[in-house]
Design a protein around this ligand. Structure first.
Ligand code: NDP
Ligand code: PMR
Length: 385
């Protein structure tokens, strides 16, 4: 069937996009943003314990509290879901969005053309394909003096046609390096900042996907996700002193589509491991989600043109799993800030009427032993252990 042939990963390859990263070093610019964060406050009902925050005050008359703006960091906010969620959150006036992006100019243009109000966001450079850049981002963020109330690990790359691996600055296979290892280090470092926040509901959100879950039809489209016994990751994922495999399961042959799906299992396992290790002590909400099939985003930029043409109508009219960028942005914004989604350790999804529900992960994506092992190996690879 022509449609199936077009939608299944092909062997054609498309040139990789160049990286036009610009590093933000201007601390004057950062301090302007900081001022904006603390000076803009939002009237809101606070149901939780009182918070002592800059810009907050209590009225003994109406028992209302002025809640300061929350600060949310969103990785990969220069396009697709990340940009749509950044816009949705910024528009409420309740959030200042830190857009953590590898391409400063692209992010600046994207924010402008999305109509985001000046002062509602700050762009900071982050290239998840470099662990040094992740550490530098954390330093820059801290120097900016903003609190951290929510972190969204959203950025990702998908290399469906790649038959040979490419590598991060640290020598790790690119999909796992960017989608999982970069975010793993970022989450671990920023956890301290989330702990320090006095915001009523602090959240750490990591994007998952249906295609990483083999308990779904979409998750059974080949190549299927599967981490095996993690021998490829433990073997260094082709980095320095690696055992040679660029696949997490240690497979000899590289498969770009599987590498992405594997990285999504890592994202969902990491969220649950964070929940087990830190939720009770810190009260931070850890969550993951499948936002729906946003078939029009840049995620598919490396796929063949025929796929990019047929995928949106296929998802709209055949699977009916299609969701617009704007709608997916609202869903992610909900996971960041909706008072009814405070439960930790949940993988959220939405039904046809766009109502959220707690979804079931596949056996592998919810295996606590695998999550622990993944955590320990990842710690070593990012230099935390
Ligand atoms: P996009 O390609 O539109 O967005 C991905 C973002 O990640 C871009 O902003 C991109 O930056 C950024 N990025 C890529 N590499 C790096 C890097 N090395 N450092 C920093 N940022 C980087 O894709 P989507 O919006 O579709 O994807 C967003 C998330 O949603 C992903 O986690 C994806 O797995 C998930 N998801 C998507 C689905 C879909 O149907 N699209 C379905 C399920 C989950 P740049 O703009 O510079 O390229
Ligand atoms: Mg899938 C039954 C529903 C369904 C849903 C919700 C998705 C979502 N897909 C479904 C079914 C199918 N897909 C079927 C039956 C086929 C065979 C024709 C199919 C094919 C297919 C391909 C080739 N689908 C894909 C691809 C991709 O390259 C995308 C991918 O795997 O990216 C990793 C993809 C996706 N399908 C989805 C979603 C959400 C994706 C992409 C994004 C992601 O998981 O992040």
């Amino acid at each position: 069937m022509a449609l199936q042939a077009a939608l299944l990963p092909s062997t054609l390859s498309v040139p990789k996009k160049g990286n036009l990263a610009t590093v933000v070093k201007d601390t004057a610019f950062l301090s302007v943003s900081q001022k904006k964060v603390s000076s803009l406050s939002v009237r809101a009902q606070v149901a939780t314990a009182p918070v002592a925050t800059p810009g907050s005050s209590t009225s003994s008359v109406d028992k209302k509290k002025t809640l300061r703006q929350g600060v949310v960091v969103i990785t990969g906010a220069s396009s697709g879901l990340g940009l749509a969620a950044a816009k949705a959150l910024a528009e409420t006036g309740k959030w200042h969005v830190v857009m953590a992006c590898r391409d400063f100019l692209k992010a600046a243009k994207a924010a402008k053309s999305a109509g985001m109000a000046e002062g509602s966001y700050t762009i900071l450079h982050l290239d998840l394909a470099s662990l040094d850049s992740v550490r530098q981002f954390v330093d820059n963020f801290r120097r900016a003096g903003m609190p951290l109330d929510a972190l969204v690990c959203n950025a990702a790359i998908y290399r469906p046609t790649a038959r040979t691996p490419t590598f991060t600055a640290d020598g790790y296979e690119m999909s796992v390096g960017v989608n999982h290892l970069g975010h793993f280090l970022l989450s671990r470092l920023l956890l301290d900042d989330l702990k320090k926040s006095d915001y009523p509901s602090r959240r750490l959100v990591i994007l998952g996907s249906i295609t990483g879950n083999t308990n779904t039809l979409a998750g059974n489209v080949p190549p299927k996700a599967g981490l095996g016994d993690l021998r490829g990751l433990a073997g260094g994922l082709s980095g320095p002193n690696s055992n040679g495999s660029a696949m997490i399961d240690g497979a000899e042959e590289f498969d770009g589509a599987k590498a992405y799906k594997d990285s999504k299992i890592c994202n969902m396992l990491t969220m649950q491991e964070l929940h087990r290790r830190f939720h009770e002590d810190t009260g931070i909400t850890f969550a993951s989600l499948y936002p729906g099939c946003i078939a029009t985003t840049g995620l598919f930029r490396e796929h063949i043109p025929l796929f990019r043409m047929l995928f949106p109508p296929f998802q709209k009219f055949v699977t009916k799993g299609f969701v617009s960028e704007a709608e997916s942005g609202k869903r992610l914004a909900q996971v960041v800030s909706d008072p009814s989604l405070t439960k930790s350790g949940v993988y959220w999804s939405w039904n046809k009427d766009s109502a959220s529900f707690e979804n079931q992960l596949s056996q592998e994506a919810s295996d606590p032993e695998k999550a622990r092992k993944l955590w320990e190996i990842s710690e070593k690879l990012v230099g935390l252990a």
